[in-house]
Design a binder for this molecule. Structure first.
Ligand code: ZN
Length: 347
C-alpha cells in the first residue's frame, strides 16, 4: 500500500446520521471549495458546526481522512438534483462515496492530488468499479451550482479525463492483481479536545504545522506529532498574542483563531446559524448572523445591523426562491437554516 488511510469519525448528528449506505455504485469526486482548508480543518468544521452536509473522505497533502464510515450515508450531493438518479438509477447520497480534495493555501497540490488519485483507485478496487463509468464529478451531477473538482484540478492543468486516466493507472499499478492486499494500513487518531501534553498523532502534527505557518516556530522537534513542552510553549505564545486564555491547551477557541490567522477568509465557525424562527420585526445577534451568512452566500441583505427589516426579508426570499423545497415566505426557519448551512459548507 502506498498511503495510510486515517479513520477518525465525527460524532452522530446532522452531518452523520448513521443511516446505512446501500451497495456502493459510484464515487462522487469533489473539492472542498475552501482553499487552504486541510482535511482535519474540514473534520473539525463538520464535527463542531455539524451542518446538514458532509462527505466521507477528505484528502490533503498529508492525510487521507475518512470522517464518516464508508458503509454509512454522507450528504454530499443536493437531494433535489436528478442527474444522479438519471445516470445511476439511485440518489448519490444513498449509494455513492463522496471524496473531497483539499487544495490551495499551504497545501502542496501534487502531494494532495496523488493521494486523491490513489484513494479513488482504492475505492475502485474495494467496490469493483469502473473508473471510466463509475466516477462522477460533483459538477456533472449539479452543473448549475457546482464546479468541483474541476475547479481545483484545472488550476493545475489537469482535465477530468486526465484525472480518470490517472486513477486507472493507479489502480493498475497498486491494486490490480494484488489479491489479499485489499485493506490499507489504518491508523486511527482520536481527537479529544483540548490537546494537551502527551497527546500524539496526525492531528497534533497538523496543529504543529499550522503553528509554524502562523509564525510560532518549533525549532527543536518541529511537527513531530507529539504534543510536548515545546509545542505547549508555542501554543501559549500564540494564545497570548491573540488575546486568548493562556493555558497551553488547544481547544476550539485556539483552533478557530489559528484557522482565522492562517486563512484570509473568515472562518466558517463565524457563520453558526441561530435555531428557531426569525421574521420581519425581529432583532438581535441571531438576525445579524443570518445577515452575514446571506451576504456570504451571495444574497446581500444590504444592512448587517441585526434588524430583520424589509431588505433582510427580501434577501431571505431571494435565497429561498432558488430552492424548490423551500417556501418563498421570507421567514427564517429550520428548513431555510438547513439550506443556508449547506450553502455555507460549500460542498
Ligand atoms: Zn462538491
Amino acid at each position: 500500500m502506498k498511503y495510510e488511510i486515517v479513520r477518525d469519525y465525527i460524532g452522530f448528528g446532522n452531518a452523520r446520521s448513521g443511516e446505512n449506505l446501500q451497495d456502493v455504485k459510484y464515487i462522487v469526486s469533489h473539492d472542498t471549495g475552501n482553499p487552504g482548508s486541510t482535511a482535519y480543518a474540514n473534520r473539525n468544521y463538520f464535527e463542531n458546526v455539524d451542518p446538514f452536509a458532509s462527505a466521507h473522505t477528505f484528502i490533503d497533502d498529508n492525510t487521507i481522512l475518512e470522517i464518516i464510515p464508508l458503509d454509512e450515508k454522507a450528504w454530499h450531493v443536493r437531494a433535489n438534483v436528478a442527474t444522479d438518479n438519471r445516470m445511476y438509477g439511485v440518489n448519490a447520497n444513498n449509494a455513492a462515496i463522496g471524496v473531497e480534495l483539499a487544495y490551495g493555501g499551504g497545501i502542496n497540490f501534487q502531494e494532495a492530488y496523488q493521494r486523491y488519485v490513489w484513494y479513488h483507485a482504492y475505492l475502485v478496487d474495494k467496490y469493483n468499479l469502473d473508473p471510466s463509468e463509475d466516477i462522477v464529478a460533483h459538477s456533472t451531477l449539479d452543473p448549475a451550482r457546482r464546479t468541483d473538482p474541476q475547479n481545483a484540478l484545472n488550476q493545475h492543468g489537469i482535465s477530468w479525463n486526465d484525472f480518470i486516466n490517472d486513477v486507472q493507472r493507479a489502480y493498475n499499478r497498486y491494486f490490480q492483481g494484488n489479491e489479499g492486499i485489499t485493506e490499507p494500513v489504518v491508523k486511527g487518531a482520536s481527537v479529544d479536545l483540548p490537546l494537551d501534553i502527551g497527546d500524539e498523532g496526525q492531528f497534533v502534527r497538523e496543529v504543529q504545522r499550522d503553528l509554524i505557518r502562523a509564525g510560532f516556530s518549533l525549532p527543536i522537534y518541529g511537527a513531530d506529532g507529539i504534543y510536548g513542552q515545546e509545542t505547549q510553549r508555542a501554543v501559549m505564545r500564540f494564545q497570548k498574542r491573540y488575546g486568548l486564555t493562556v493555558d497551553g491547551l488547544v481547544g476550539p477557541q485556539t483552533l478557530d483563531k489559528l484557522k482565522e490567522v492562517l486563512n484570509t477568509s473568515q472562518p466558517l465557525t463565524e457563520f453558526t446559524l441561530p435555531n428557531g424562527i426569525l421574521r420581519r420585526g425581529d432583532e438581535g445577534a441571531g438576525v445579524r448572523q443570518i445577515q452575514r451568512a446571506l451576504k456570504r452566500v451571495g444574497f446581500d441583505p444590504v444592512y448587517i445591523d441585526g434588524i430583520y427589516g424589509p431588505r433582510t426579508e427580501e434577501a431571505v426570499r431571494d435565497f429561498q426562491s432558488t430552492f424548490s423545497a423551500l417556501a418563498n415566505d421570507g421567514i427564517y426557519g429550520p428548513n431555510t437554516r438547513r439550506y443556508l448551512q449547506m450553502e455555507l459548507a460549500d460542498l
